[in-house]
Design a protein around this ligand. Structure first.
Ligand SMILES: [Fe+2]
Ligand SMILES: [Fe+2]
Length: 261
């Protein structure tokens, strides 16, 4: 089974990159399933129903997210309407939405996806490691392959999760920091790993935000309104191939594709 995981889609430029580049990448790599992180897809913060519908229309199968999933007020009204729109699984009991899902690809193979959020330099959520164990237990009887989106700030916490889940899931993919790391590898027990899969948005920016605005915030510490940057837009992600029976990763390759005007 071949899976494309797309890094955090930032605003309209990120969605343009998805619309224009995704079909070509899917065809070139013969992709079965597309997973993408959508936490910044609407104006850089959160998602709206319209944006979620647009991403599904563009052939994304599962949407993961992270801390920014709650940023648009309307999310409360629609997060439970979508079977494959995830928020991190380690939010407290009583939070809306869900943190994992199991779906089938066109050949009938079952894919589980688990979304987690780190706790280092982030909100004090439930333990992502123990929640990962719980979710794997729940999904493993009905999933041939399990992919984990580990949405975290600290490289240490993401690496630790990779080692913790090596051999227990098929891939641990880091998101949230928006800068693609060059450490993609297959861990000794067959789990694909990358600390950060990257971002789908403007590279002439600070993590997708207009650079002058971000810079002013650093220089003056004055609150200002972030705006999504539009120039030099790239789609970043990884393509992974898995042994459908054992769930082990056969290959992982970074994707970096520029949106040409
Ligand atoms: Fe993000
Ligand atoms: Fe995030």
């Amino acid at each position: 089974m071949k899976i494309l995981f797309v890094g955090d889609i930032v605003g309209k430029p990120g969605r343009m990159a998805v619309r224009n580049l995704l079909p070509r990448i899917v065809a070139r790599h013969d992709i079965d399933i597309v997973i993408a992180n959508c936490e910044n897809a609407a104006g850089g913060l959160g998602v709206t129903r319209e944006v979620v519908d647009e991403l599904y229309r563009n052939d994304i199968d599962v949407l993961t997210s992270g801390n920014h999933i709650w940023d648009k007020k309307g999310i409360r009204e629609f997060i439970d309407d979508y079977k494959t729109l995830l928020r991190p699984a380690n939010y407290p009991v009583g939070s809306l939405g869900k943190g994992s899902v199991s779906i089938n690809d066109s050949s009938g193979k079952a894919l589980g996806v688990i979304n987690l959020e780190g706790r280092v330099f982030m909100k004090p959520l439930d333990c992502p490691f123990r929640v990962a164990e719980r979710e794997i237990e729940r999904l493993s009887s009905r999933s041939d392959i399990i992919i984990v989106d580990m949405h975290g700030e600290a490289t240490s916490e993401k690496q630790a999760m990779g080692w913790f889940l090596d051999g227990k899931v098929s891939a641990v993919i880091g998101t949230h920091t928006h800068v693609q790391t060059a450490d993609e590898r297959i861990l000794p027990n067959g789990t694909a790993y990358i600390t950060d899969v990257g971002m789908t948005g403007s590279m002439d920016s600070v993590l997708g935000v207009k650079k002058d605005i971000a810079l002013e915030r650093f220089l003056t510490l004055m609150p200002n309104k972030f705006e999504v940057a539009k120039k030099n837009v790239w789609l970043q992600g990884v393509v992974m191939d898995f042994d459908g029976k054992k769930g082990k990763c056969l290959s992982i390759e970074r994707i970096n594709e520029k949106l040409e005007k």
